[in-house]
Ligand binder design. Structure first.
Ligand SMILES: Cc1cc2nc3c(=O)[nH]c(=O)nc-3n(C[C@H](O)[C@H](O)[C@H](O)COP(=O)(O)OP(=O)(O)OC[C@H]3O[C@@H](n4cnc5c(N)ncnc54)[C@H](O)[C@@H]3O)c2cc1C
Length: 493
């Protein structure tokens, strides 16, 4: 299509931000810096103006060529987030020869380094919780890597794959270009144009605290993402709400530190840490459970409660109670200083037991079917008797009378894609996607819980999802590179 000057001017009046000598240009089309281009090229096609060059790594492509001071960086694929997901994506894009850039607002794997509590170790052993291409160098493969080592591992991995990553740069806004392909990406360090954008900003971004206890209730309240160690909490008892891996581990640590701990336990899975000489990650792997496909719409996600702390033990709430912790059911409401709990504690424990025993059953069946020589472990089926707090559950608790001075909410996270202003979300703001390929061509999600399977948000799972996305981006590029014989003839190529 031939475009006139007016078409051209209209097309660049699309709200884009362009800076000339550090000053924002209000009307790009009217700015004198752009007039020479218009003068000399009366009918510039949009493709001439913006056609992204396939560059070996992100680089500045002059725009317009006459004025080297006005330039917009262009890249084929922009990956937002330099955690494990961003690095996996970079590795697979490189393998597919897709020029790309990773932007990370903090440091590589920052959430592992500073976004979690001090004593956190990986939930899976080092032989398992890693990418296929590199082992942990200084950890026994059956040990659980401390969080700092996990972060170090990803820094080393970024070096190994020579990831084109830029740290300290935040992506603030992504919008589809109007009238031409690609996206305009506003970052804390200027504008970048990208043909594809991969949102790898993590499955656990915004702490969620249910609005149960008002701020002025006279207790310190914090989310598990702000918890660091027992010394942070005031004297007195603590209520930990949520018995997934975070809640169970934090409650255990607080209890071991000598604190009086109440733990609010909801529905959960709690696989055995190990059985018949194999860690649960091995069992979930061979039994195909990590590969379980995304939950059907309407199916409840049940949190999984596992721990690598203290060398790795099965999460056993009855045992925690026997050590002095008080278990309560789901935290429901708060009135006049009194917290109410659902009468579901025994049911929640029973569901957790059923999950635990089902893994043992499936493991035994797998051993029998494959005639494996793994030692029997009948004692693993012993379930301790219910403690008093289960047989005679607490349904109401006066915080002052119980001496509770703090509450740790281990109640999960939400995602925040407010920076991604594209048509890739449903009416609830959730990403619309198929295995991470979004409804908006060129936009991809990575690291979402259950993106393609149970393992998607975990270290070993995200790597496989990244491969799928990189393959998809590469295939799309091949379509877009196609030129018909007539076009080739016209190009002289
Ligand atoms: C307490 C806890 C323990 C876990 N333990 C394990 C475990 O043992 N094993 C396991 O496999 N998984 C574990 N996980 C799950 C998962 O592996 C981690 O959540 C992991 O950090 C997810 O990696 P990610 O790269 O998808 O996201 P993140 O690690 O959250 O990385 C996303 C990155 O994006 C950056 N970012 C966000 N927004 C922007 C922006 N606008 N511009 C630029 N950068 C941006 C952030 O700074 C961050 O560095 C755990 C999760 C939690 C919460």
């Amino acid at each position: 299509m031939i475009r006139t000057d007016e078409h051209y001017k209209d097309s660049i009046r699309d709200g884009r931000e362009v800076h000339v000598n550090d000053e924002r240009v209000k009307d790009v089309a009217a700015h004198p810096q752009f007039n020479p281009l218009l003068d000399e090229a009366p009918c510039p096609s949009i493709a001439n103006f913006d056609a992204p060059k396939f560059v070996a790594s992100a680089q500045h492509v002059g725009m317009p060529e006459k004025d080297p001071e006005v330039s917009i960086e262009k890249v084929d694929a922009l990956v937002v987030g330099g955690g494990q997901a961003g690095l996996a994506m970079s590795e697979h894009l490189s393998k597919n020869d897709v020029p790309h850039l990773v932007l990370e607002r903090d440091r590589i794997a920052e959430r592992w380094r500073t976004g979690r509590w001090d004593s956190l170790v990986a939930n899976g052993p080092a032989w398992h919780d890693r990418f296929p291409g590199m082992e942990f160098s200084d950890i026994d493969p059956d040990a659980f890597a401390p969080k700092e080592k996990v972060a170090d591992y990803f820094v080393a991995y970024a070096e190994k794959i020579a990831a084109p990553i830029r740290c300290g740069v935040e992506v603030k806004d992504v919008q589809r270009n109007i009238g031409r392909p690609g996206f305009r990406v506003e970052t804390s360090e200027g504008v970048i144009e990208a043909d594809n954008v991969v949102a790898a900003t993590g499955p656990f971004q915004c702490p969620v605290i249910p609005p149960v206890v008002p701020e002025d209730a006279g207790v310190i309240q914090m989310h598990s993402s702000d918890y660091r160690n027992p010394g942070q909490l005031p004297e007195g008892a603590v209520l930990v709400v949520g018995a997934g891996s975070s809640g169970a581990q934090i409650a255990d640590e607080l209890s071991r530190s000598g604190k009086r701990v109440y733990l609010s336990v909801g529905p959960h899975d709690r696989p055995p840490r190990s059985y018949r000489g194999r860690d649960f990650v091995w069992w979930l792997g061979v039994l195909g459970k990590w590969d379980a496909e995304a939950l059907e719409p309407g199916t409840e996600h049940v949190t999984i409660s596992v721990s690598g702390a203290y060398g790795g033990n099965t999460v056993d709430f009855r045992r925690l109670a026997a050590q002095g912790m008080t278990l309560v059911g789901l935290t429901k409401s708060f009135k006049d200083g009194v917290l109410s709990f659902a009468p579901d504690l025994a049911d929640n424990l029973a569901l957790g037991d059923a999950n635990y025993l089902s893994v043992l059953d499936e493991a035994d069946a797998y051993v029998a079917r494959n005639c494996l020589d793994l030692p029997e472990e009948p004692e693993a089926r012993n379930i301790d008797p219910d403690p008093d707090c289960v047989t005679d559950p607490i349904l109401e608790l006066n915080l002052v009378e119980a001496g509770i001075t703090s509450i740790v909410w281990a109640t999960g996270f939400a995602v925040d894609y407010s920076w991604l202003k594209v048509d890739a979300f449903d009416e609830d703001g959730k990403p619309k996607h198929q295995r991470g390929v979004s409804a908006e061509p060129g936009i991809y999600f990575l690291g979402l819980p259950w993106q393609s399977r149970r393992a998607s948000s975990f270290i070993w799972g995200v790597w496989h999802d990244a491969k799928h996305l990189a393959d998809h981006i590469s295939t799309q590029r091949k379509y877009l590179e196609y030129r018909s014989p007539a076009e080739r003839k016209a190009d002289g190529s």
